[in-house]
Write a protein that binds this ligand. Sequence first.
Ligand code: NAP
Length: 313
Amino acid sequence: MTDFEQVEEDFPVISKGEVLLKSTYISVDPYLRGKMAGTHDASFEVAKPLASKVIAEVVESKHNDFKPGQFVINYLQWKEYQLSDGSGLSLLDDKEAPLSTYLGVLGTTGLSAYFALLDIGKPKGGETLVVSGTAGAVGTIVGQIGKIMGCRVVGITGSDAKTALLKSKFGFDEAINYRTIKDMKAAIAEACPNGVDIYFDNVGGSVSDAVFPNLNAYGRVPVCGVISNYNDTEVSASPNLLPLVVYKFLTIQGFLIADFAPRFTEGTAQLAQWLKEGKLTYSETIVNGFEKLPEAFLGLFEGKNEGKMIVEI
Ligand code: NAP
């Protein structure tokens, strides 16, 4: 927490061609930690405001395309008020869906679940899907899409309350608490009597080490993220997985959701349709107050969220 600083600036003065935006919802996401470590891109700078997906209200406009009262979304700075020249801003319809869902189930986390599971995981009815980091923003949606596709779905998460929620609210067949189970490899084998056909990996590390030996021949592994590694200061020793990849004919594929940008309209439309039909539901952990941004962000690494973690300003 001491690595964060909240500073006051002069209130921005709007010029022709600009909009004045007031942040409504700010997304906190694990990938920001990767940016800080320099693994994603070079856009992070110490002592500059962080930026992530933000939903903001237009409070004043000197731009032809926007008027006060409209809501927009874009990668914006963690500020209460800021100016924009309009580039990259997309208008949101708060009558179509609750605004916050555009950061979660209808945003990049929902889209990550949709595209990586369907395009890389290629689920088929009757197969077994295991999802790690399951009770978070991506995982809750992956598991439900797996159920829509007819899979047996097993989640791995970090508390008994979350394992219960996965089964009661999200329809998972089984859920395993990785913090209390001593022998994860055996627990996964027990929860997956027909082996694992798809492993959707959100966490990496020892959880994934326990899933891999349970994969069936021709297993598919969409690698969404490795949150268990993001705070590492040393390279961890991992088991040598390549023999398994060969003898089990495994396909392991990482992705970054931006790669699917040309198909976002398709993905959002399908996710919205499933929401309307009641086939998909979602959870959000909404933390109130601009000053709570660091706490909410750090909470992701301690499992403080159920579903999408969002800060409401
Ligand atoms: P999230 O799941 O909403 O929050 C992170 C969750 O990870 C926490 O709630 C916690 O739940 C779990 N976790 C934290 N530290 C852990 C550890 N050491 N070992 C195991 N689990 C741990 O985050 P998300 O937005 O859905 O993202 C999930 C993963 O996908 C992240 O790795 C993220 O970087 C990645 N991601 C990638 C893309 C892409 O384009 N490739 C897009 C979105 C997200 P527990 O209570 O279960 O521990």
